[in-house]
Write a protein that binds this ligand. Structure first.
Ligand code: FES
Length: 133
């Protein structure tokens, strides 16, 4: 059973500790949290735990002009949504389509166990429903 508030199960290097603090900050103070009107939107659900994300994406000339998310769930799922939206806002759609699981892991910067990979990827999978990748 996953402890939803646990960030990682392994001991961390000094650099990873800094990333962990950043992840916790994104969880407690999520960037781009909210909703948008007149935009593309999709929901994502992790059926194992019931956690969910809703993404709102406003495109303009193939660029992410604005993006918001809301949802509820574990620290990793919500922090990765916050980090992802921050990373892709104002980026070209072709660039956004290159974002993959490796990029999410890089943004989180801490070891993600097999059990938590679904948490880390929840927002990315939801985004792919919108970008069509
Ligand atoms: Fe549900 Fe992480 S425990 S998404």
């Amino acid at each position: 059973m996953i402890d939803k508030n646990q960030i990682t199960e392994v001991s961390l290097t000094e650099e990873q500790e800094m990333y962990k603090e950043n992840v916790l900050d994104h969880f407690k103070n999520p960037r781009n949290f909210g909703t948008l009107l007149d935009c593309k939107k999709e929901k994502g659900l992790n059926p194992l735990c019931g956690d969910q994300i809703e993404l709102f994406v406003k495109l303009n000339n193939n660029k992410i002009e604005d993006i918001k998310f809301n949802g509820k769930g574990c620290a990793i799922s919500q922090a990765s949504a916050s980090l992802l939206t921050e990373h892709i806002k104002n980026k070209d759609l072709n660039e956004v389509k290159q974002v993959n699981e490796e990029k999410i892991k890089e943004l989180l910067g801490i070891p993600i166990s097999y059990m938590r990979i679904k948490c880390a990827n929840l927002s990315l999978k939801t985004l792919k429903k919108i970008t069509g990748e």
